[in-house]
Design a protein around this ligand. Structure first.
Ligand code: FES
Length: 582
């Protein structure tokens, strides 16, 4: 490939003043002309931050990527973006996913990059980078951070979130002491890496592999394993080839790739957040993906991964059992094997040599853990535009249920009343949480897994039906209906529910209904009027004005691909050819 075919040659290839300035800028970093001109420039988009403990090892990972880029004859240039730390960022990282995606997209487009390596790990960093890279459509490949080492508490290996929710309920039920809970806190997070069960992070990183956007077999390598550094090196090498081949995300992120990703998500009982991210990503590349496709694929895809919260093991065991390639090999009859990947080979070719090494962790397609996929899509008078439930992590006895609503106005109302001994709750109650959607939360926080009231826990009841317009952690479990659309803040029927109203859940029929006459719901909504906006200025106001509802992935309306329009133009500005003055 000639020098001029490289995108970066527009910056560095000219004999004019612009070329001089661009080259001289990198000479200031000690990079010589020989190291720069004619070589693919590979950006390393690093979401390292001391505010994101899951991604704390990314500086070392970036060094491995650089080694790979250099070995393959490219020039690596690392750059930061904002990063999204799931536990520390308030009100929720989801509020900022689109902001990070814009940061990633504009950084890739504005700089002289021929390819980019995306370093993501914690929940929202991975989808934000994918969204940005998809929109920029410069050749891109991802290497993720890997699951954290399991904590051990009193002889039991802990999942980062799933076990915490369990022990939190034990404390509230009086079956665990405060001292024991403090002991748990000290043991719970032994190091860097993302959550190590099939929560949002591991679901999303596994889905990246099924989409074909990372090297095969890399999603589940533990964060502390030196194999991850070698995978980063290999990713750097491949990025240089991607630049030369001009293999762009738009050639990989096809409708077939999304079907493969959804199939994997269902087969691992993966996190519900991934539904939002895939809907948003499809919107970026013009693939017409809807919630109905998730339901269709869920109905035909059995759960075969025995990993928490749906199953028993952690992602580390899944890795030892063969990881994502082994899962995909088992799922091949349900996949589009011809889908392209960043390796330049098809998904089918990549997994052909994979094999399942532990049938306790990866079940046979013919003898699955559950006949249907983990996530079901519901519709009905309470969710006209859809809602989802993670049926694989729910109580089978509650999947068909009719009960009286017990309404919480927001998370603060939950906090104030959930453990009140006088709370009028029974095991039949349906707990409703509203004002927690994309606009109402704001940012659709993970408040949907409302704690089971203490009054019920003490009676031995550990699950009730819960319904909200919020999300929930991918590590959570229970009969929890989420992502109700339209959200209450946007005037959805959830806003009109009153205590005692009958709510009907029927997962087999895919229904979620409010058994109140439609005219009465309309009358209540009219009487309530619209809510006050959460923000009047800044990013929050932009977000509220442009965020789409959950059934469209909560992307901004102006970031979706527009039918018939090509990708955004290359940057305007003073590239080679300019001979003007400073
Ligand atoms: Fe970062 Fe779970 S908190 S991945």
């Amino acid at each position: 490939m000639s020098q001029t075919a490289l995108r970066s040659a527009r910056w560095f290839g000219g004999d004019d003043l612009a070329g001089f300035i661009h080259r001289a800028t990198l000479h200031a970093e000690g990079i010589s002309r020989a190291a720069l001109v004619g070589r693919p420039v590979v950006g390393i988009c690093n979401s390292w931050s001391e505010l994101v403990s899951c991604n704390l090892h990314f500086r070392a990972l970036a060094e491995s990527v650089k080694r790979g880029v250099l070995l393959a004859g490219g020039l690596p240039l690392e750059f930061p973006t904002i990063s999204l730390g799931e536990n520390l960022m308030k009100p929720t990282t989801m509020l900022f996913r689109n902001l990070m995606a814009m940061d990633v997209e504009e950084s890739i487009r504005a700089y002289p990059l021929d390819a980019v390596v995306l370093l993501g790990g914690c929940d929202k960093t991975v989808p934000a980078q994918l969204l940005g890279a998809a929109s920029a459509d410069v050749p891109a490949i991802m290497v993720t951070g890997g699951p954290a080492q399991p904590a051990v508490f009193r002889g039991r290996q802990l999942g980062a979130g799933t076990d915490l929710w369990h022990y939190a309920d034990e404390l509230r039920a009086g079956r665990m002491t405060r001292e024991e809970f403090d002991e748990l806190e000290a043991a719970a997070t032994p190091g860097f890496g993302h959550c190590n069960e099939m929560g949002t992070a591991s679901s999303m990183t596994s889905v990246v592999e099924a989409l074909g956007m990372c090297l095969p077999g890399t999603a589940t390598i533990p964060a502390v394993d030196a194999a991850r550094q070698r995978a980063a090196e290999a990713t750097g090498r491949r990025a240089v080839e991607l630049a030369r081949e001009e293999l762009r995300p738009s050639r990989i992120l096809t409708a077939e790739a999304f079907d493969n990703a959804i199939t994997l998500l269902m087969a691992v009982g993966g996190g519900t957040n991934v539904v939002l991210h895939l809907l948003a990503l499809a919107g970026r590349v013009g693939v017409p993906l809807t919630l109905d496709r998730f339901d269709e694929i869920s109905r035909r895809t059995p759960v075969i991964a025995n990993v928490r919260p749906t199953g028993k093991h952690l992602v580390e065991q899944l890795h030892r059992a063969g990881g994502v390639p082994a899962l995909l090999k088992e799922l091949l009859p349900l996949l589009c094997a011809e889908a392209a990947t960043v390796t330049g080979r098809t998904l089918g070719e990549e997994v052909a040599a994979a094999s399942v090494l532990d049938r306790e962790v990866i079940a046979r397609l013919a003898a699955p853990l559950a006949a249907e996929g983990g996530i079901a899509v519901l519709r009905g008078s309470l969710a006209p535009d859809g809602a989802i439930v993670k049926q694989s992590a729910a109580s089978p006895a509650l999947l068909r249920h009719r009960g009286p609503a017990l309404v919480f106005e927001d998370v603060y109302d939950v906090q104030a009343r959930i453990d009140d001994p006088g709370l009028p709750v029974t095991p039949e109650s349906v707990l409703i949480l509203r004002n927690s959607g994309p606009r109402g939360g704001p940012g659709m926080p993970e408040w949907g897994a409302i704690p089971v009231p203490q009054k019920l826990l003490r009676r031995g009841v550990d699950d009730v039906v819960r319904v909200s317009d919020a999300r929930m952690s991918g590590t959570a479990y229970g009969t929890v209906v989420l992502h109700v659309a339209p959200e209450s803040y946007a005037g959805g029927p959830l806003r009109a529910v009153q205590d005692g109203d009958p709510v009907v859940l029927d997962v087999a029929e895919r229904r979620l209904d409010l058994d109140v006459p439609e005219a009465e719901v309309r009358r209540r909504l009219d009487a309530l009027g619209p809510p006050e906006p959460r923000y009047r200025r800044g990013y929050g106001a932009l977000y509220a004005e442009h965020v789409l509802q959950a059934n469209e992935g909560c992307d901004f309306d102006f970031l979706r691909a527009r039918p018939g329009e090509a990708a955004e133009p290359e940057p305007y500005g003073l590239l080679s050819g300019w001979v003007g003055g400073w």
